[in-house]
Design a protein around this ligand. Structure first.
Ligand code: GLU
Length: 280
């Protein structure tokens, strides 16, 4: 299979140095293997995504010297595909409706504590019918228990990490999707959520290598499970280090001065950026 990798930004802000590092790392890898480089716009969150950020992504990446396949897949244009996948999982009893509000899920949690993995179960048919009748919104959650049963356990779920996770994880990794609990596959508001859209699109776009930041390493554990449930091939993973600024902190959307458009306006050249990132 032809080597194919992707850069999949969400158009919720301007790209910064960290994005440039990720996009260039993926692009260089595709070049080196004479493979495909795909740009995907992950804009399922309609409240946070903005067309001007998307336009800026194209502009900034072109300025960096990147070229990508056309047409660009924009996730917001494929919501029906994701819903069809949810429907398929529903028919197999792998997902259930969750009506809980964020507030209910947060009960007993201190503000600084991360949300504990949620594990639930479908409501009784009567209660569900009553809530649907009242027009209550619900999310679709993946049932870990049903998934475990469908696959005969999670032992067979491994993936190859050619880069490294945040704790140096590399090589053949045993996926541990149970650490995330029953994840939301379809949000109440948009009818799909990140993991499902990514896994379906990586499959559809024949991505062989997922090259992205270490901050998404844990996501591979969940995505591996979804690949198995959806009979999609598992790509090879290459999680890369996160670029940090002079203060030792990783770049984030809050670092306005480090956006690619600011750097460009300040007269920084793409070659200089590459050199500063040790990408030559
Ligand atoms: N859209 C995700 C983000 O901007 C990246 C998804 C991925 O690379 O799997 O953080």
């Amino acid at each position: 299979m032809t080597f194919a990798t992707r850069f999949a930004p969400s158009p919720t802000g301007y790209l910064h140095r960290g994005h440039a590092f990720s996009a260039l790392t993926a692009f260089d890898a595709a070049r080196k293997s004479q493979g495909r480089f795909v740009l995907r716009i992950e804009d399922i969150d309609a409240t946070r995504s903005r067309p001007e950020y998307e336009a800026a992504i194209f502009e900034d990446l072109a300025w960096l010297g990147l070229e990508w396949e056309q047409p660009v897949r924009r996730q917001s244009e494929h919501l029906a595909d994701y819903q069809a996948a949810i429907e398929g999982l529903r028919e197999r009893g792998l997902v259930y409706r969750c009506f809980r509000t964020r507030k209910e899920l947060d009960i007993g949690r201190a503000p600084h504590e991360p949300a504990a993995p949620f594990v639930g179960a479908p409501l009784s048919a009567d209660e569900e019918a009553a809530r649907l009748e009242r027009g209550e919104a619900f999310a679709w959650r993946l049932s870990l228990e049903a998934a475990r049963e469908a696959l005969g356990g999670f032992r067979g779920l491994t993936f190859v990490e050619e880069g490294a996770g945040p704790n140096g994880e590399t090589g053949v990794i045993q996926a541990r999707p149970e650490l995330a609990g029953d994840i939301v596959l379809a949000r109440k508001d948009v009818g799909v959520a990140y993991h499902l859209a990514v896994v379906l699109d990586d499959g559809l776009q024949a991505v062989t290598h997922v090259i992205r930041g270490q901050d998404l390493f844990e996501a591979a554990h969940i995505q591996r499970l979804l690949q198995a449930l959806l009979s999609l091939p598992t790509p090879i993973y290459r999680h890369h280090r996160l670029l940090t600024g002079p203060d030792g902190r990783r770049y984030a959307k809050r670092d306005k001065a480090q956006t690619l458009r600011e750097l460009r306006a300040a007269g920084v050249a793409p070659g200089q950026l590459r050199a500063e990132m040790d990408l030559t």
